[in-house]
Design a protein around this ligand. Structure first.
Ligand code: UTP
Length: 477
């Protein structure tokens, strides 16, 4: 009999030898695969997480709220912001875009379980008339912004092991939506093993470990590992515009945001919207020990979420919508900071994790049976120099597709897109009946190539020799 692989002994010493319990029953190919999955795992990291997050607490630990206060932010002009400062930011951001200092970055490695769509989430059809996919919307916005500023943009897309091949194939089949393929870069994020409540690594089958993406915060180390940061440096790009794959309304490239970030000398900037109501499920921008932090809605006691100021508005109103600007060298510092103890903290998520029973048969648990570990990108904020939060208008930046129905669903997102197109049209003199929520009576769509924000839309609209009839199914392209 061949001697056991050295990795098997290492796992045994770490108390994780059960990972190889069925090794002898696997084919040679399956054995190779299991060994390569095992080699991906940092056992000392798992041990540390078990000791700190899993075994001693028995349940997800609470967050320390000592000294917590709402974070300051730059309000929009309509809410008292300084109009001249917003204008200066726009000018500075446009100059940075013309100088080619900005690239786009989409995190698309999530599992999209709530939406329940079979395929990478970016391939989900989202626009109201054409049914363009999320990836197509971003591609067209980036193409239009690149044309506007005379500098085609680089676009980094983070995938997972699960959806990487399908994502690349999708872009290939669509000829990269007309973008220069040498400027569209895909890379996989890292994976973490799931563990039982006793800290034992779970097997998904006899020959594979229950591995899942390491969270959007894994993007920082994945950017470094993939060579994306080096590429940015070679290309003279110092600022990354970070957005999520599920939010087609996002100003993927926002000159004013870029300008605020650069003029403030910020290493990480974020957009906030005032929470619509206390219970709204958004993270909160706060300060603690003079550091900017984001406290998740599940971690801030409801009594605090309901606190109001003298004017009646929520005290903890600065809701995070997962739109950030990141400085290239800040990302590098964070990615390399693991050993210095500065790395992002892992969060514990208790989940139903398909696994095997003692006999090796696959079981789908009816209730939560283990823990997944995830990194969150907003946890980088306390490490950033001069972090900045600016307000944005939700209607022009945020309508995510998270759920199959109801709040943050394909329907609510299509409606929000139609409201945005109607607003742009009405702001430019078009007559378009809308209901009290701003939803037009007709279904229509504005292609990003025609207008991808208020400014580009207004310019394109003004140039139209005759204005189209605003009929059902109209597409301005
Ligand atoms: P969500 O937190 O909404 O998670 O991700 P999700 O996996 O897409 O959806 P559910 O919770 O399973 O329903 C927010 C953004 O972060 C990305 C997602 O692709 C989405 O753009 N993300 C999330 C990653 O890129 N990697 C991850 O490991 C997790």
């Amino acid at each position: 009999m061949a001697p056991p692989h050295p990795l098997v002994a290492t796992f045994q010493q770490a108390g994780q030898g059960h990972v190889f319990a069925f090794f002898d029953r696997l084919s040679p190919d399956e054995q190779v695969r299991l060994l390569s999955e095992a080699a991906e795992i940092d056992l000392s990291e798992v041990d540390r997480l078990n000791r700190t997050l899993v075994v001693p607490t028995g349940a997800a630990a609470g967050v320390d709220l000592t000294g917590l206060a709402p974070a300051p932010y730059q309000p929009v002009v309509a809410h008292g912001g300084d109009a001249a400062a917003w204008q200066r930011a726009k000018v500075a951001g446009e100059a940075a875009l013309r100088a080619g200092r900005v690239a786009a970055f989409t995190v698309a490695g999530g599992q999209g379980t709530r939406l329940g769509y079979d395929g990478p989430k970016g391939t989900f059809p989202v626009t109201p008339v054409m049914g363009k996919t999320l990836f197509q919307v971003f591609a067209e916005k980036l193409r239009a912004a690149g044309n506007r500023y005379g500098r085609p943009l680089h676009w980094f897309i983070m995938t997972s092991h699960q959806n990487h091949a399908a994502t690349e194939a999708f872009f290939k089949a669509q000829a990269c939506f007309g973008l220069d393929p040498t400027k569209v870069h895909f890379f996989r994020q890292g994976r973490m093993p799931a563990v039982s409540f006793e800290g034992k690594i779970l097997l998904e089958t006899m020959g594979s470990i229950a591995l899942s993406p390491d969270g959007h915060g894994g993007s920082l180390r994945a950017l470094e590992r993939s060579g994306a940061l080096d590429l940015m440096e070679r290309e003279g790009i110092d600022t990354l515009s970070y957005f999520q794959v599920d939010n087609p309304l996002v100003r993927a490239i926002d000159p004013t945001f870029v300008g605020w970030h650069l003029l403030h000398g910020s290493e990480m900037s974020s957009k906030m919207v005032p929470k619509a109501y206390a219970e709204e499920k958004l993270g909160h921008f706060c300060v603690q020990n003079e550091k900017m932090v984001v406290v998740e809605y599940s971690d801030l006691p409801m009594a605090m979420q309901r606190e109001t100021e003298a004017g009646g508005q929520l005290r903890y109103r600065a809701g995070s919508i997962a739109i950030h600007l990141l400085d290239r060298e800040f990302i590098r510092r964070m990615a390399r900071s693991g050993d210095a103890g500065l790395a992002l903290p892992f969060h514990r998520a208790d989940k139903k994790i398909p696994t095997i029973d003692a006999g090796g048969s696959v079981v789908k648990p009816a209730k939560v049976n283990g823990v997944k570990f995830e990194l969150f990108v907003f946890d980088a904020q306390p490490f950033a120099k001069n972090p900045l939060v600016i307000e944005t208008s939700r209607a022009d930046d945020f309508s995510p597709v998270k759920n199959a129905e109801g709040v943050d669903s394909p329907q609510s997102c299509r409606d929000d897109q139609r409201r945005q197109f109607a607003r742009w049209l009405k702001a430019n003199g078009a007559k378009l009946p809308t209901d009290a929520s701003g939803l037009p009576g007709v279904n229509l769509e504005v292609a990003p190539s025609f207008g991808y924000d208020e400014d580009s839309f207004a310019e394109a609209w003004a140039l139209l020799p005759s204005k189209p009839l605003l009929v059902d199914g109209l597409v301005l392209a």
